[in-house]
Design a protein around this ligand. Structure first.
Ligand code: PMP
Length: 384
């Protein structure tokens, strides 16, 4: 038939050259390509076809406060949180965003007083996620501005960003500031069972999650916020209306389909099937962390954070924290800048300064493809 004529071929290399023995190992960003092999193994489960006449309207549900939220997507979000037990969804508004990056901006906008003489300070405890500063400052808003480390902040009017488990160092964290005038936003991008034991459902005023790190689909640019207060939710929706008039329906429908595959695999398991994404992620990260810790211990040049183990309420098993990033510290005498030291060995990682920390630290992504990770381990073990 004529259909094939119009089909386009989707590249699967992310535009990066294939990894070879002497490639530069680029682990600066947290591109979650390790999940590619899992989704390849799922074959056609999660494949969607959308006729050209569908998804034309701007609207998804004109009766909902978040009128651009696809109802099936919202349903699968609630279902997944109930399954995993990582967040309370009762009496919460769901707001979808173009990645959690957009929702962080929407949340800060919604919490900023509109009548203050000065922009409100946005803070986060060091080491903080390196994108917080540009997200807050790039457009030089008159409403809010980045004010750095929450631990050294003085005053009682602020917005604190709490990232738990924390990007870059992996620790579970809580708000450090407590004041009646202060507000908090919880960035729970990594509060999923492959990265950390689930100790209970998170129950905060604003909780932000992302499709990118939960199950690996960063390219769909889907994030969601669970918001307690309706007035705050309304202001966040306003931000999204002004910014992008909503969020791609195609992405939401694809996300709903893929999330349904995930929940189905746990709720209606097929014995012996290797189709559970959190188990896949945990197993792969456990292997990678074991290899990395062995190399680091043998070298004596670097050190890594140590994490306690706890019972994961999702799996029922004792689990340690297996972060999506390695927060590597250079212990070698005379080397102050770990990022440039690694660069001289053809490894690219993000230096500590970007996270408000010392340049002795670097953040290395643990979420890349096997060939990249293996080359990283090989390079690291050759450093003396
Ligand atoms: N928050 C944290 C802590 C992250 O690590 C990331 C991705 N690196 C994001 C937010 C943004 O993710 P996205 O916009 O892809 O949802």
């Amino acid at each position: 038939g004529g259909a094939a004529k119009h089909e386009i071929v989707i590249s699967d290399t992310s535009g990066r050259p294939p990894v070879s023995k002497d490639s530069v190992v680029d682990l600066e960003f947290g591109d979650p390509t390790m999940y590619e092999s899992f989704w390849k193994g799922m074959g056609d489960r999660g494949t969607i076809t959308i006729p050209s006449w569908q998804t034309i309207s701007y609207f998804s549900d004109a009766t909902n406060l978040c009128w651009f939220l696809e109802p099936e997507f919202a349903q699968e979000i609630r279902r997944l949180h109930n399954l995993v037990g990582n967040a309370v969804t009762e009496d919460r508004r769901i707001i979808v965003g173009t990645g959690s990056s957009q929702l962080l901006q929407a949340a800060v906008y919604a919490l900023s007083p509109s009548d203050a003489p000065e922009p409100i300070s946005v803070v986060s405890a060091v080491p903080y996620y390196s994108s917080y500063e540009p997200l807050m400052n790039h457009l030089r808003s008159g409403l809010f501005r980045w004010a750095g480390d929450a631990c050294t902040f003085k005053g009682d009017s602020y917005i604190e960003l709490v990232c738990s488990p924390r990007n870059p160092d992996g620790f579970l964290s809580q708000a450090v500031l407590k004041s009646d005038g202060g507000k908090t936003i919880h960035d729970l991008a990594y509060y999923w069972p492959q990265y950390t034991p689930i100790t209970g459902p998170a129950d905060h005023d604003i909780m932000i999650f992302t499709f990118s790190k939960s199950i690996g689909h960063a390219g769909s640019r889907i994030g969601w916020a669970l918001v307690k207060d309706t007035a705050v939710a309304r202001k966040m929706v306003k931000f999204l209306e002004i910014s992008t008039i909503g969020v791609s329906k195609v992405s939401q429908i694809r996300a709903a389909t893929i999330l349904k595959v995930v929940s189905d695999s746990y709720e209606n398991p097929i014995p012996g099937n290797q189709d559970k994404v959190f188990a896949f992620g945990r197993h792969l990260l456990a292997n990678r962390w074991k290899k990395l810790r062995e190399i680091v211990e043998a070298s004596g040049i670097f050190s890594l954070p140590e994490f306690p183990s706890e019972t994961c309420k999702f799996t029922g098993e004792t689990a340690e924290i297996l972060p999506g990033f390695a927060w590597l510290k250079c212990e070698k005498e005379g080397i102050e800048d770990c990022a440039s030291f690694l660069r001289s060995h053809k490894i690219i990682a993000r230096g500590g300064r970007f996270f408000g920390a010392e340049p002795k630290f670097v953040r290395v992504s643990m979420l890349d493809r096997d060939e990249t990770f293996d080359l990283f381990i090989e390079r690291l073990s050759s450093i003396r």
